[in-house]
Design a protein around this ligand. Structure first.
Ligand code: PMP
Length: 391
């Protein structure tokens, strides 16, 4: 009998040849590298108070939530976190999911479905793309950076149930969606606007309340916000924020909520504590932006020809071109003491493989000096070694 998985070898070899093989690199407890690859934007994942929040919640409520949210998986702590998140962002309600991925699956599928149209941003996060496909709605891909384009699609859509989905802060390059203009289009055309604020929560808006709050839209009944608890809040889990009617509908209809075990109490406790820290220490947000500006300045002075833009959020993209160039830069950074994120297709379009450097609020002056030195060595070397001219 032929091996039914023989094709895996061919696939692996093709990926290897294209420079697209992925490998898992387990971290050690004591990280020898300065980390510019994680999403721990506010440095809260290892904050002693946040860890204690997880420990106390685990001791009190147990290691697991013991069931789906509709059966035994909703503790008082889950309800407390939902209230705190809604108050922080400025919505009537919130519903916590086991991840940002499932939050998007649940919200998009429950708010669209067969007979609906979903206008999905061309750069929407994979979880929004998967959600739109799963919804069985008609999916139109458009540029949400051009609200006129979205308007044209909505004007031409025969469906009455309409949903527009976009990331608030682009997860790869930090581009900001023009939310006020998009909302005006959605309102005029009877569409709901769903914004994934995964990279905006804790980063943009008043006190880190997010890009939707910054645009003054959090309390609007036709706006739904999703986010992860795993980036600026340093925990795990996801959340959908919106009107009481939307939240009640998700409890009834979101399959990714109903058929999934509730978020573990430790993650709930950590997120709740992190939210309190963020409320008490909003200067963390400003520290993050200062660090991002410093990282971008270092990349710019190391390789002016790459045209590294001023950061809008935590991420600083350094676009190098072909995948092997980005991998070489990542590996050279690691050898010199800097952990850099490396994005290749399909995460980014062909020809735009890059380093994605993410700043953190807790980077020290020494860390930033190392970043400056390493980028100053690595970027010119990598660009010069291959003779690739960037542009
Ligand atoms: N949306 C965006 C924009 C993200 O970047 C991510 C995480 N990579 C997610 C959703 C998924 O969140 P989680 O990791 O909590 O599943």
């Amino acid at each position: 009998m032929d091996d039914p998985l023989a094709w895996l070898d061919d696939t692996a070899q093709a990926r290897q040849a294209a420079g697209l093989r992925r490998v898992l690199a387990p971290r050690d407890v004591v990280e020898p590298l300065v980390d510019l690859a994680s999403n721990d934007y506010l440095g809260l994942a290892r904050d002693a108070r946040v860890i204690e929040g997880a420990v106390v919640a685990t001791r009190t409520w147990g290691a697991g939530s013991t069931g789906s949210r509709l059966v035994t998986g909703t503790t008082r702590l889950h309800a407390e976190l939902e209230e705190a998140l809604a108050a922080f962002v400025g919505t009537a309600g919130a519903l916590v999911f086991s991840s940002g991925y499932t939050a998007n699956l649940g919200a998009v599928t429950a708010l669209s479905g067969r007979g609906a149209v979903v206008v999905s941003d061309v750069a929407a996060h994979a979880s929004l793309v998967d959600a739109a496909r799963l919804s069985r709605a008609r999916v139109v891909v458009a540029r949400c950076s051009a609200p006129d384009e979205v308007d044209r699609h909505l004007a031409a859509a025969p469906e009455t149930r309409r949903l527009v989905v976009t990331d608030g802060v682009d997860s790869v390059d930090g581009g900001l969606a023009p939310l006020a203009a998009l909302h005006a289009v959605c309102r005029a055309r009877g569409a709901v606007l769903l914004v994934d604020d995964a990279h905006g929560l804790g980063v943009r808006g008043p006190g880190g309340a997010g890009l939707v709050a910054e645009a003054g839209l959090a309390g609007e009944p036709d706006v739904v916000t999703t986010a992860t608890l795993s980036k600026s809040l340093g925990s795990q889990g996801g959340v959908v924020l919106g009107s009481a009617a939307v939240i009640a509908h998700l409890v009834d209809a979101a399959r990714a909520f109903i058929f999934d075990t509730g978020l573990a109490p430790g993650s709930v406790g950590a997120a709740l504590t992190a939210l309190g820290v963020l409320r008490d220490e909003p200067e963390r947000v400003a520290a993050l932006h200062r660090a991002a500006a410093a990282v971008a300045a270092s990349a710019r002075s190391a390789a002016p020809e790459l045209g590294v833009a001023d950061p809008t959020a935590a991420m600083v993209p350094v676009v190098l071109g072909e995948p092997d160039l980005a991998v070489a830069a990542r590996d050279a950074c690691a050898a010199a003491g800097l952990r850099a994120g490396c994005f290749r297709p399909p995460s980014v379009p062909e020809g735009t493989s890059r380093l994605r450097l993410t700043a953190r609020a807790d980077l020290s002056a020494d860390d930033l000096a190392l970043v400056d030195r390493v980028l100053g060595e690595v970027l010119p070397a990598v660009l010069g070694r291959t003779g690739v001219s960037a542009g």
